[in-house]
Unconditional design. Structure first.
Length: 143
């Protein structure tokens, strides 16, 4: 039995669901959209936390630049001016529009910077994020 090729093509083109969207597609699009939004927000939050960590490191370094000149000349090694170091780190955080805590111990400055991340895609509440960084005054090499 020989089939007419024109009928076969017509049958393939005409077969289908008549343009109706499948239930799977209707259910899958919102799920993929939500997954994409979660991945996007997670990435944006990590980027914000990385930027916050950079600022915390900068604030800690700015604190370690506050050397007590008289004590340094007297002892022959860098001595940190604790009050000036704390104020410099706090000022650096404030200049970036952030809040946080600063702890100065001997030659070490520790900074905990805080901010709030507000999601841009998902309609969820803002999330507080923190980053902690430390910096230490380096002693000159012996010799």
């Amino acid at each position: 039995m020989i089939r007419d090729p024109r009928n076969h093509r017509h049958r393939l083109a005409g077969s289908g669901d008549g343009g109706h969207a499948s239930v799977l597609l209707i259910m899958l699009v919102p799920v993929i959209t939500v997954v994409f939004a979660l991945v996007w927000e997670g990435g944006q939050m990590l980027a914000a936390k990385s930027e916050l960590l950079d600022i915390a490191h900068s604030a800690a370094r700015s604190g370690t630049h506050q050397i007590d000149t008289a004590a340094t000349l007297e002892q022959g090694i860098p001595v940190l001016d604790t009050a000036a170091a704390q104020q410099a780190a706090i000022d650096h955080l404030a200049s970036q529009g952030l809040t946080g805590r600063v702890l100065v111990e001997e030659e070490r400055v520790a900074v905990l910077a805080r901010t709030t991340y507000t999601p841009s895609v998902l309609p969820i509440t803002a999330t507080p994020i923190e980053a902690e960084a430390t910096a230490t005054v380096l002693q000159p090499p012996a010799g």
